[in-house]
Design a protein around this ligand. Structure first.
Ligand code: AR6
Length: 177
């Protein structure tokens, strides 16, 4: 089958409120428990069944991704990625890229057509937003060239600065081809 054309978009919003998306990506902890930030928002909205389903899948390593159901979230699946703690899990850039690549591999294996990512590792894990944005977008642009099922990859950012940075970086990378 020929690869599909994938749209990559960047929007301001809440990753726990993306009802038109097949799978939302969680900025998880190794134990796949609830936490702050993205993990807190997703587990709160999903309900306790999410943590229960995740228990036997844990622990995961930096760069790894696992998939679960979405429970009370308005999606089909949650893909849980453990991003690197900046300055601790090395090489941070490769581990961060591996998260995005591995999440997209799982999405393709499950024949999903849309995935939404938060900005992994840029909250509690301390990754500088500018570096993380370039790694996230260049990895996703590369990986999207081989997708059979995915048609939409959405980055959901929490504030105007992160959204503008993602849009500008996406434009720059797409212009460079
Ligand atoms: N929707 C979209 N983006 C969000 C949301 C939301 N609801 N909430 C926060 N962000 P973080 P990490 C942004 O800390 O750095 C957790 O406690 C936020 O502004 O969620 O990978 C876990 O349990 C930031 O830019 O993820 C782990 O222990 C980005 O999402 C640890 O934190 C990621 O922030 C994971 O840390």
């Amino acid at each position: 089958m020929a690869p599909t054309q994938v749209t990559i978009e960047c929007v301001k919003g809440d990753i726990a409120n993306q009802p038109d998306i097949d799978a939302v990506v969680n900025a998880a902890n190794a134990q796949l428990r609830t936490g702050g930030g993205v993990a807190g928002a997703l587990h709160r909205a999903a309900g306790p069944g999410l943590a229960e389903e995740c228990r036997p899948l844990a622990p995961i390593k930096p760069g790894q991704a696992v998939i679960s159901g979405a429970h009370n979230l308005p999606n089909r699946h949650v893909i849980h990625c453990l991003g690197p703690v900046y300055g601790v899990d090395e090489p941070s850039d490769e581990l961060l890229a591996a998260c995005y690549r591995n999440a997209l591999i799982l999405a393709e294996e499950h024949e999903l057509t849309s995935v939404a990512f938060p900005s992994l590792s840029t909250g509690a894990f301390g990754y500088p937003m500018k570096e993380a944005t370039r790694i996230a977008l260049s990895t996703v642009i590369d990986a999207s060239r081989n997708c059979q099922y995915l048609r939409l990859i959405r980055f959901v950012l929490f504030d105007d600065n992160a959204t503008d940075l993602h849009r500008q970086t996406l434009e720059d990378l797409q212009r460079q081809g």
